[in-house]
Write a protein of this length. Structure first.
Length: 625
């Protein structure tokens, strides 16, 4: 590695840690300052921070791999998360959530179910979910950054004690980067996280543009088209994936057949089914929810969520497409000769391209940008997760009357604990892909039913929420255990079949168990106190099945009107998904020189932007905070 590139990376790390620690002095006033920035941070900084947090290096490496193999259709695989839940947040959920004036998602739950025994049960279970999902994401980051750093950097950091291997080089690199990021995150809370993430977003954008420009100027359309086919560039699909590669690249067609996504129509259908319920359920209790609660007002919460969508996808996919083009021209022929090519080989395309194909200077900036991507996402989770331990468990149930300094100290201890558990779980992860599928399909599958019903059904109560979430967490945990031990089950048994099944196809099973827990828990217990429901419905005004509550409020106030925006909100979400999708395919088509489709994507982006200006933005501007 050239000394210029090393100098750029070292300078970036020192600058980030310095800014994070310097600005941490603002976090000493109390938990509101530590976890929400005192609701004083401007919405566009929070939007840049939120976008930076979603620009993670593990996800980027995975996206590079699937775009390389599946072509343009790969953006449908992003729906596994689903990425367009941010569209639903932008259109109406950010407004609903911000009206609570709470610190965390589980504290918000108390405004829906009350502070009785049932409400506290729902409050505890969502705090537990937040902590578990944070630990899972830290394990995901641990796995990704370790693979990335060992391929890029030349030094072997493996640690041995005689013949015993204590740490692999991957694990040592991951621990080092995680330690450096944890320092400023724990020291400064939300102020340090947002300040460093704004810096990191700028570095990532510059890196993405430079890599895209390098690939655009260095490789011709003739070189690119000699590798990819028209099917690779085709965004439309049928029920089953056909050959994406020409016969001379048959190895890649064979890999597509074995990856588990061959029945593409069923996969997209399942992603849509899951995505709709997951999106209306709202953001999980993690960093993007913290950004919404950190905004100054309801109006700014909507602005921040829309801005996040706008600034994230084009620069990220310029970077991804640039790396993929370089890999197609320089690596595809050699990879095609490997008869044992697997999905794991796709995960290391990005670091190999950076290591062998990117010139000096750009390489250093790109590495700093990807390191920034990791650090920003990691710090966002480390800031969000401990809030649930301290504010929702420790402060509420154990030490309610301590000083701000005491709670901040406990927050710092909780942060180290969460990071430690995530790293421990990361030691046992099979791959980035296995963690991705577990988090997106299994863990979030247990979240969906309860959090969908909490918005739309007045009778749904705290015990229904608790048992729905509990059932989902149990089934998701069992799925993870099956995945990690799938080689131990005899062929033909039910456990072997379930362990071999793609996690996305287990989603209906997890959803069904969770929904059953919701319904049984609700009907075997008393309804939520009507005064709590009236307060919640008056404040938030969700649409759905709220007729008994609405009728009582209408009797008390003849001027009271219910929310009739369901159709318009769904229309805006549909337009928003198309808008978001155009921002993904636009930079890819441009970088691979398919100019007719680039123009179509640009027109779609402009038309949907204009539509949303009139149907969403003008409406948000009229909100009275």
């Amino acid at each position: 590695m050239n000394s210029i590139d090393v100098a750029i990376i070292v300078f970036y790390i020192l600058l980030t840690i310095g800014i994070g620690i310097w600005i941490s002095r603002k976090a000493s006033k109390g938990l509101d300052d530590y976890f929400l920035g005192g609701n004083s941070i401007k919405w566009y900084y929070l939007g840049l921070s939120n976008g930076s947090g979603m620009f993670d290096v593990s996800g980027t490496a995975w996206m590079v791999g699937v775009l390389f193999l599946y072509g343009i259709k790969s953006f449908f695989l992003m729906w596994l998360w689903p990425i367009w839940n941010q569209v639903f947040v932008m259109m109406f959920l950010a407004i609903w959530i911000r009206k609570s004036n709470t610190m965390t998602g589980s504290e918000w739950i108390l405004t829906r179910f009350g502070n009785d025994k049932a409400g506290r049960a729902s409050h505890i279970i969502v705090a537990v979910f937040a902590i578990v999902s944070t630990i899972g994401f830290i394990a995901y980051f641990f796995e990704g950054i370790g693979k990335f750093m060992t391929i890029i950097l030349p030094w072997d950091l493996a640690i041995h004690l005689g013949d015993i291997s204590l740490l692999t080089s991957e694990q040592s690199y991951a621990l080092l980067v995680i330690f450096l990021t944890t320092i400023y995150t724990i020291k400064g809370g939300m102020f340090s996280v947002v300040a460093t993430e704004v810096l990191q977003y700028g570095i990532m954008v510059v890196a993405g543009i430079l890599v895209a420009a390098y690939s655009f100027l260095n490789y011709t359309d003739v070189q690119i088209n000699s590798v990819i086919t028209e099917e690779w560039k085709n965004v439309f699909f049928s029920t089953e994936l056909g050959p994406h590669w020409s016969e001379k690249f048959q190895t890649f067609n064979n890999l597509i057949d074995t990856e588990g996504y061959k029945m593409f129509g069923a996969l997209v259908g399942m992603s849509l089914f899951k995505g709709f319920f997951a999106s209306i359920a709202g953001p999980t209790p993690s960093y993007d929810l913290q950004r919404i609660l950190s905004t100054k007002s309801v109006k700014e919460a909507a602005y921040m969520s829309g801005f996040t969508n706008l600034i994230l996808f084009i620069p990220r996919y310029l970077l991804i497409a640039g790396i993929v083009v370089i890999a197609l021209v320089t690596m595809a022929p050699e990879m095609n000769l490997n008869p044992n090519l697997s999905g794991a080989d796709l995960e290391v395309i990005m670091p190999k391209v950076i290591n062998f194909q990117i010139p000096v200077g750009i390489k250093g900036l790109l590495l700093a940008g990807l390191l920034a991507a990791f650090m920003s996402t990691f710090s966002a989770f480390v800031n969000a997760g401990p809030a649930y331990i301290v504010n929702d468990l420790y402060k509420k149930y154990f030490k309610p009357n301590e000083t701000s300094e005491h709670y901040i100290k406990i927050s710092q201890i909780a942060s180290f604990l969460v990071v430690g558990l995530g790293v421990f779980m990361g030691f046992f992860a099979e791959s980035i892909n296995s963690l991705t599928l577990w988090i997106t399909s299994a863990l979030f599958g247990g979240y969906v039913a309860a959090n969908f019903l909490k918005w739309v059904w007045w009778r749904f109560n705290g015990w229904g929420y608790f048992w729905g979430m509990f059932a989902g967490l149990i089934i998701a945990s069992l799925e993870f255990v099956l995945e990690q031990n799938k080689g131990s089950f005899a062929q033909g048994t039910l456990l072997h079949t379930l362990s071999e099944m793609q996690a996305i196809y287990l989603f209906p099973i997890i959803l069904a168990f969770s929904a059953l827990g919701c319904v049984l828990g609700t009907y075997f217990s008393q309804p939520t106190d009507m005064e709590v429901l009236k307060s919640f419905y008056t404040n938030v005004r969700p649409w759905g099945w709220w007729k008994p509550v609405y009728q009582l409020l209408k009797k008390e106030d003849q001027q009271f009107e219910k929310n009739n925006d369901f159709i318009m909100d769904m229309f805006n979400c549909l337009v928003g998904i198309v808008w978001q999708s155009s921002m993904i395919v636009l930079p890819v088509y441009f970088i691979i020189r398919d100019y007719p489709k680039t123009i179509v994507s640009l027109v779609v982006f402009l038309v949907t932007t204009v539509i949303l200006k009139y149907t969403w933005l003008d409406k948000v501007r009229k909100i009275q905070d």
